[in-house]
Design a protein around this ligand. Structure first.
Ligand SMILES: [Zn+2]
Ligand SMILES: [Zn+2]
Length: 134
């Protein structure tokens, strides 16, 4: 049996989670690439089923708003003051993932390193991992 080839781009070499300073998460990958994630960004990208569902509903609402712009809908989308989500705690799950306990009480999301690399906010990774949606 030969082990499955390891994708160095998705293997973390160094992981730092800055919970107290709220600076976010820094990961250096085995291929030498460094990624930085804000907790707010990670909260938005939370991979759990609940958040996935919410994101899809939001997308649908946006589509509906485009087709039938209603004044109430627009005022409902006025920006409200919301504190930026931070993290209360974070822990590693085995060797493959990070679990983050967000300040809004949500902690269901398990961020696998595989997933984290594909959501790296830099333009280079956007091209590498997310360009296929075009
Ligand atoms: Zn979630
Ligand atoms: Zn990147």
């Amino acid at each position: 049996m030969t082990p499955a080839p390891i994708d160095l781009r998705k293997k973390p070499a160094d992981v730092k989670v800055h919970v107290t300073s709220r600076a976010g998460v820094d990961i250096v990958w085995a291929d030498g690439h460094a990624s930085h994630y804000d907790f707010a960004y990670l909260r938005e990208q939370c991979p759990c089923a609940i958040c996935d569902d919410l994101r899809q509903k939001k997308g649908q609402q946006k589509n509906q708003a485009l087709h039938a712009p209603a004044p109430d809908l627009q005022s409902a989308e006025l920006p409200m003051f919301k504190p930026r989500p931070g993290a209360r705690a974070a822990k590693t799950v085995g060797h493959y993932a990070l679990q983050i306990d967000f300040t809004d009480g949500h902690s269901a999301g398990i961020f696998s390193y595989d997933y984290l690399r594909t959501i790296c906010p830099c333009p280079q990774c956007e091209l590498l991992f997310r360009h296929s949606s075009l």
